[in-house]
Design a binder for this molecule. Sequence first.
Ligand SMILES: Nc1ncnc2c1ncn2[C@@H]1O[C@H](COP(=O)(O)OP(=O)(O)OP(=O)(O)O)[C@@H](O)[C@H]1O
Length: 170
Amino acid sequence: MMIGITGTPGCGKTAAAKLLQKLGHPVLDLKTTVGPFVLEHDDASGSDVVDVDAWAEAFPYTEGFVEGTFAHYLPCDKIVILRCRPDVLRERLAPRGYSEEKIRENAEAEALDVILIETVDSFASEQIYEIDTTSTDSESVVRSILSFAKGESPASFGSLDWSEYITDVI
Ligand SMILES: Nc1ncnc2c1ncn2[C@@H]1O[C@H](COP(=O)(O)OP(=O)(O)OP(=O)(O)O)[C@@H](O)[C@H]1O
């Protein structure tokens, strides 16, 4: 089974992936696979612009967890979306040395449910599991991911509402 772990940068995908690996689960960091599909480097945001459609089309089905902001573009069997309240996300991103614009863009995307909306567009409800990492440590996040992966926890998403943070971050 291919299980995607997606989410806005800073929501805790890498932290969860490291723990999953420590527990012996195969995890592929999708950042390591996009190289051939980088179209350009955007100096303003400091990010690479990736041809996500071409990347997703060429991506081979992979057993185990696949982790990255683009995971929900892949035909995963199940997809986990990590979420983080936008004000806390800002605090998590600040030490990275990102520009204020890049931090604002990510916090805004999180407040607007951008990745959730994209995921709901591509997956059936029973494939989606959303986890709020705002006040949940990575160990508990990983327990929830594994429980969903094994079919012990049912699909669940759509209970978070961070619309009140939209005015804070725009
Ligand atoms: N569950 C959590 N609780 C508190 N802090 C967390 C949690 N998960 C991650 N963090 C912290 O938040 C920061 C961002 O986490 P992480 O790098 O895992 O995010 P990410 O989603 O992988 O980001 P990117 O997509 O840019 O790789 C790190 O400092 C990490 O230690």
